[in-house]
Design a protein around this ligand. Structure first.
Ligand code: FES
Length: 160
């Protein structure tokens, strides 16, 4: 009979509480990361108009290094603050720069030299590439124009 007795003095008591605590802490951390990942895009979406407006006010000039070497008839897309903009070196050797944000619903417009126009693919808006004037389609206003100064090694685009 004594062979069946278990000697309890050799059993080591383990405490499983730290493992559970570690699991709960890891789950809480993962939950916070998940909540942050969900909240950040919402925050950016809601905050972006104010930030973009502040950014637009802050930036007054952009220097485009090497853009002076752009061939006639070419265009360069760049950022003026947080907004897309375009520099056009006209076939007549003129230089103009405009905001590339369509005045209809804000799509980004593109210069199409073969058609001699600035085109918005969203709803077919067309602008004059020399003046930025809205020519056809739904855009209600001309593109915002910038001042252009061509230097020896760059082109400086600034608020008009
Ligand atoms: S957003 Fe450009 S034409 Fe509508």
């Amino acid at each position: 009979m004594s062979d069946l007795l278990i000697d309890n003095s050799k059993l080591v008591e383990t405490d499983s509480t730290p493992t559970r605590r570690a699991f709960v802490a890891a789950a809480a951390a993962a939950g916070l990361c998940y909540a942050g990942a969900l909240a950040y895009p919402i925050y950016r979406y809601l905050a972006s108009p104010a930030e973009m407006a502040a950014d637009q006010v802050a930036v007054t000039e952009v220097t485009l290094k090497g853009a002076n070497a752009m061939p006639a008839g070419a265009a360069l897309m760049f950022k003026f603050g947080s907004s897309p903009a375009m520099l056009i070196h006209g076939a007549d050797d003129s230089w103009v720069a405009f905001s590339a944000v369509c005045t209809h619903l804000g799509c980004t417009v593109q210069f199409e030299p073969q058609m001699n126009r600035i085109h918005c693919a969203c709803h077919g808006g067309v602008y004059d590439p020399h003046t930025g004037r809205n020519v056809s389609g739904p855009p209600p206003r001309p593109l915002k124009a910038y001042k252009v100064a061509v230097a020896a090694d760059s082109v400086v685009v600034s608020r008009a």
